[in-house]
Design a protein around this ligand. Structure first.
Ligand code: UN1
Length: 494
C-alpha cells in the first residue's frame, strides 16, 4: 500500500507525529487508497514556520511574475486533468465527468487569478490639499491557513490557495481527512510549477488540525469551507484572536417552479441540482418548491426520471450518482429519512441504503424524494448533504418566495419561470448569495463572487474579484509634494 507524506518547505516529509491513517474508496470499502499522515502540532508548526520564512521573498516577487507560476500550475492541472480526475473519483466517489469539472474549476481559477495579477487594482483619489496625492493599494497579509471539505477536493481549495498566492501570501493547506490524496496532488502540481519552497505547504490529518492552524499566532488569515458547526467554532476563535476568517458553510437551497415554466427544463434542473454529486454540494438543490397548479404532475414526472438515475461506482461509464463519502454520512441519510417520516412528510421514492450487488461494498444511498414537506420540518430546515430532496407546495408566487426564504441558510437559489416580473421579483427578494433564473442551483463560475448570507457565511465572497478582499489588506498612501507642512482638515483654503 502506498504511504504518502506531507509537503513542507518544498520537501516531502514524514509526519513528526509518526502516525498515519488509511483512507478508503467510498464506492468499495475494500479498496484502500493509501496511508496518509495523521499530523500533529509539530508538523503544523513546521509548515507555518516554512510559510512565514517564504513570505519574506514571495510577497516581494512582482505580482505579474507570481502570475506566471500560477498560469503554469493551470497548465499542469490541464495536462493532468484525466489522471487526477480518476484518482479523485476513487477517493471521494463522484463520477469522473464531475471530477473533471472539479479540476476545470481549478484551471479556470488559475488562469483568472494569473491575469488578475496584472490588475489587482487600487484606487487613487484627490487630496483636499494642494500638491498632494492620495492612493490606496492592496498588500498581502502573510501566512494563510486553508481548511476545506471533501466534496470539491481540488476546486474549492483552488478558490482560496490560488488567489492567496497570487496576492503574495504564503499558504498552509489542510484538506479534508476524506480527500488527502487530492491535497497531495495539489502540492505535486504547484511543485512542478516551480513555486518556491515554503510558499505552499500541505499538512494532512484529521479535523482537530483545523484548530491548530487557526490558533497558530503566525497564521494571519483563514479560508474555510465546511459545516456551519465547525465554521462557527473557528469563527469564534478568530473573533478572540482578531483574525480574519472567510467562512463558506452550509446551504438549504431552493428551486422554485412556476406554472409558466418550461417543465422539462425544470425537471432537468432539479435532477442535476439535487442528485448531482450525490447531493453533497453546499449548493445542492435540497428543497423543491412547486406552485400548486403543477404540483402533482411535476412530482409524478420527477419520480419517473429519478428512478432512471444509475447509482454506482463513479469510475464506471454510465453512473449518474456515486456513493456518499463515508459511513457516518450514510447513517445521517438513514436518520433524516426516519425524521422526515416521523414529521409527517410523505416518502415517495428511495429512502434506503442501496445493497444490490456491488453496491453493498460501498456507501450508496438511493435518491430519495419526500413530498408535502412543510416549513417547520427538520428536513425542510436542516442541511443533510446527501441525495434527499424535500418538496413543498406553494399557493402563489409570494408564498413560494416566503417558503424559499424561511430557512437559516442563504447560499444558492433558483426559479424556473417565463414571467419576467416574477423572475425579477425573485432576483430582488430571494435571501441568497447566488440566484439562478431557469438554471439549477449548482454551477457557479469561478470569476463570479461565491458565498452566502445568513447561516451560510460571514460576509465574505470567494471567487471573482471579491476573493482578493479576503486575502489582501488595504494600505492608504498620501504623497505630499508641496515641500511644506500641510495640515489636513485645517490648511484647506477654498
Ligand atoms: C461547494 O459545494 O462547496 O456551484 C462548491 C457549484 C460548484 C461549486 C460548489 N461550482 O455547485
Amino acid at each position: 500500500m502506498e504511504r504518502f507524506k506531507n509537503y513542507i518547505n518544498g520537501k516531502w516529509v514524514e509526519p513528526k507525529s509518526n502516525k498515519y491513517f488509511q483512507n478508503i474508496n467510498p464506492a468499495n470499502i475494500n479498496d484502500i487508497v493509501g496511508e496518509f499522515p495523521e499530523s500533529g502540532q509539530e508538523d503544523v508548526n513546521d509548515a507555518v514556520a516554512a510559510a512565514k520564512a517564504a513570505y519574506e521573498k514571495w510577497s516581494k516577487v512582482p505580482a505579474p511574475i507570481r502570475g506566471e507560476y500560477i498560469k503554469r500550475a493551470g497548465d499542469i492541472f490541464a495536462r493532468r486533468k484525466d489522471e487526477i480526475a480518476r484518482k479523485m473519483t476513487r477517493e471521494m466517489g463522484k463520477p469522473v465527468v464531475e471530477t473533471k469539472g472539479d479540476i476545470q474549476e481549478a484551471i479556470d481559477t488559475a488562469y483568472y487569478a494569473a491575469s488578475e495579477t496584472r490588475r489587482l487594482f487600487g484606487y487613487n483619489a484627490p487630496s483636499e490639499l494642494r500638491n498632494k496625492m492620495n492612493m490606496s493599494i492592496r498588500v498581502p497579509i502573510g501566512v494563510v491557513g486553508v481548511i476545506t471539505a471533501f466534496n470539491f477536493p481540488i476546486a474549492v481549495p483552488s478558490w482560496k490557495i490560488i488567489p492567496a498566492l497570487a496576492a503574495g501570501n504564503t499558504v498552509v493547506f489542510k484538506p479534508s481527512k476524506d480527500v488527502p490524496h487530492a491535497g497531495v496532488m495539489f502540492a505535486e502540481v504547484l511543485e512542478e510549477a516551480g513555486i518556491p519552497a515554503g510558499v505552499f505547504n500541505v499538512v494532512l490529518g484529521k479535523g482537530y488540525m483545523g484548530n491548530m492552524i487557526v490558533e497558530h499566532p503566525d497564521v494571519k488569515v483563514i479560508g474555510f469551507t465546511g459545516s456551519t458547526d465547525v465554521g462557527t467554532k473557528l469563527g469564534e476563535i478568530c473573533g478572540r484572536l482578531n483574525k480574519r476568517i472567510s467562512l463558506e458553510m452550509g446551504g438549504k437551497n431552493p428551486q422554485i417552479v412556476m406554472p409558466d415554466a418550461n417543465m422539462d427544463l425544470a425537471l432537468d434542473g432539479v435532477l442535476w441540482g439535487a442528485f448531482g454529486t450525490t447531493g453533497q454540494r453546499c449548493t445542492a438543490t435540497s428543497r423543491l418548491i412547486l406552485h400548486k397548479d403543477i404540483y402533482d404532475e411535476f412530482i409524478e414526472k420527477l419520480v419517473e426520471r429519478t428512478k432512471k438515475l444509475k447509482l454506482g461506482d463513479g469510475l464506471k461509464e454510465g453512473t449518474d450518482v456515486g456513493p456518499v463519502i463515508h459511513k457516518q454520512q450514510l447513517d445521517t441519510c438513514v436518520e433524516y429519512v426516519e425524521i422526515g417520516k416521523k414529521e409527517g412528510a410523505k416518502l415517495v421514492l428511495g429512502g434506503n441504503v442501496a445493497k444490490e450487488g456491488e453496491l453493498a461494498n460501498g456507501y450508496f444511498f438511493e435518491p430519495t424524494i419526500f413530498i408535502n414537506v412543510t416549513k417547520n420540518m427538520r428536513i425542510f430546515q436542516e442541511e443533510i448533504f446527501g441525495p434527499i430532496l424535500s418538496i413543498s407546495k406553494a399557493e402563489s408566487f409570494e408564498d413560494a418566495i416566503d417558503l424559499a426564504n424561511s430557512v437559516n441558510y442563504g447560499l444558492s437559489s433558483s426559479i424556473y419561470t417565463r414571467n419576467i416580473n416574477d423572475a425579477f421579483q425573485f432576483m430582488h427578494q430571494i435571501e441568497a448569495g447566488i440566484a439562478y433564473i431557469n438554471a439549477p442551483t449548482i454551477g457557479a463560475e469561478v470569476h463570479m463572487p461565491f458565498g452566502g448570507v445568513k447561516g451560510t457565511g460571514n460576509g465574505h465572497r470567494e471567487g471573482g474579484w471579491t476573493v482578493f478582499d479576503i486575502f489582501t489588506e488595504w494600505k492608504s498612501i498620501y504623497v505630499d509634494f508641496s515641500d511644506k507642512l500641510q495640515r489636513a482638515q485645517i490648511d484647506t483654503e477654498m
